[in-house]
Design a protein around this ligand. Structure first.
Ligand code: ZN
Length: 398
């Protein structure tokens, strides 16, 4: 473990101070700290924020490093996009290890110290994507902690052989069991959910389920998910990603779902989309639901958007939830930093004595200014070790 003394920084919007990290944890915060046994970095009065959390992405399939992808499949047809992606990955010869190295390092350069990645498991690619991302997780463990979710992107009950591959993925060490729109894709909510909850229980792991289904259909699926999680006593082990149905405006329909999610100490991950109603920051905190955010896939066959920057994502979270005051902007940052870590079931990243030494030195007059300008990060630190400087990781991507 390395020791690091950061001079002349401001913790969030506080007064100039120093931060000492020893053996991976923050050992001191105060003016004029000294440490003979620590490397020294001068932050030049810039702001220190906790390490950022990319809580929902797909490391195995971005097209970073490839020539620009011309996309002729629009956003209206989910199954067409799924089929197109599976075919394009083969045609382009995507190497999940190389792609996940590029994607994870770019995300780390923007200040992420934690990533949760869904990884495609299907009968075309088999377990290759998981093998590649797990290799990346091992290589980058001192740069960014990567969690994997075994994700049936091409459906489960409609694709015989997928169940066995998911079982194998969990044996290989995937951290969570995934799932996908049980009505919209498999059109078999009971079959899909019984299978993934059964696998999660068999392997003693949590679940993170993609639920894009909107309105009443999404609420129906959410009830099916909650019924199973409650029956299995999965307190703190359930995540629902996207959960657009919680953005419905009828409180009589949504409030009971929120109450059940809160009682389960469940997590919701959002991209704060501009294109759909979605869960809101204050709504989640009022019900004690852990709330994280992610970029989802970046620059892939699904779309040209995203770059892995969780500070930019905090801006979208703020926009989606109509957060405006400086105090509210802290909430947007928290969803993309410490709160996101908690939503992943990890220790909250916080700049306090005793906290994990994951932090980012950012440009800006205030936290709100740092979020909206999201300038290249001056310094990224994981467990007291400098991992990126002036917008680039020290480790080079392949
Ligand atoms: Zn996703």
């Amino acid at each position: 473990m390395s020791n690091l003394l950061i001079k002349n920084t401001r913790v969030l919007d506080g007064d100039p101070t120093d931060i000492l990290i020893r053996d991976g944890r923050i050992a001191g915060i105060g003016p004029d700290l000294d440490a003979d046994d620590a490397a020294v970095e001068d932050a030049g009065g810039r702001i220190a924020i906790p390490g950022l959390t990319e809580a929902h992405t797909h490391l195995d399939k971005s097209l970073l490093g490839f020539p620009w992808y011309f996309n002729d499949v629009g956003g209206g047809n989910l199954m067409a996009m799924i089929d197109n992606e599976r075919q394009m990955k083969q045609r382009l010869g995507l190497d999940p290890h190389v792609q996940s190295m590029r994607h994870a390092l770019q995300t780390a350069a923007f200040g992420a110290t934690l990533i949760r990645s869904h990884v495609d498991i299907d009968t075309t690619g088999g377990l290759k994507a998981l093998e590649g991302v797990m290799e990346t997780a091992e290589k980058l463990k001192d740069v960014v902690t990567i969690e994997t979710v075994a994700f049936p992107q091409s459906g489960l009950t409609i694709s015989p052989g997928t169940y066995e591959l998911l079982d194998e993925a969990m044996k290989m060490g995937a951290d969570l069991m995934g799932g996908l729109d049980p009505c919209g894709v498999d059109k078999d909510p009971k079959g899909h959910l019984d299978a993934i909850f059964g696998l999660a229980e068999k392997h003693g792991k949590g679940l993170d389920i993609h639920l894009h289904e909107r309105g009443e259909l999404g609420a129906f699926s959410m009830e099916q998910i909650l019924d199973r999680a409650e029956a299995l006593g999965m307190k703190g082990k359930l995540t629902v990603s996207h959960a657009f149905c919680l953005g419905m405006t009828d409180p009589a329909r949504v409030t009971p779902l929120l109450e059940r999610l809160g009682a389960l100490e469940a997590s919701i991950m959002t991209t704060a989309p501009a294109s759909s109603p979605a869960p809101l920051v204050k709504q989640m905190s009022e019900h004690g639901i852990k709330f994280g955010a992610g970029n989802d896939g970046i620059q892939d066959t699904w779309g040209p958007y995203g770059n892995g920057d969780m500070l930019e994502r905090a801006k979208f979270v703020g926009l989606r939830s109509n957060l405006r005051s400086d105090a509210e902007m802290y909430m947007a940052l928290d969803v993309c930093a410490g709160g996101g870590a908690e939503a992943m079931g990890m220790e909250r990243r916080e700049i306090k004595v005793g906290g994990i030494g994951d932090l980012v030195i950012v440009e800006g007059v205030s936290v709100a200014h740092a979020i909206v300008s999201h300038a290249p990060r001056k310094l990224v630190v994981k467990a007291g070790r400098v991992t990126a400087r002036d917008g680039a990781t020290l480790m080079e991507a392949p």
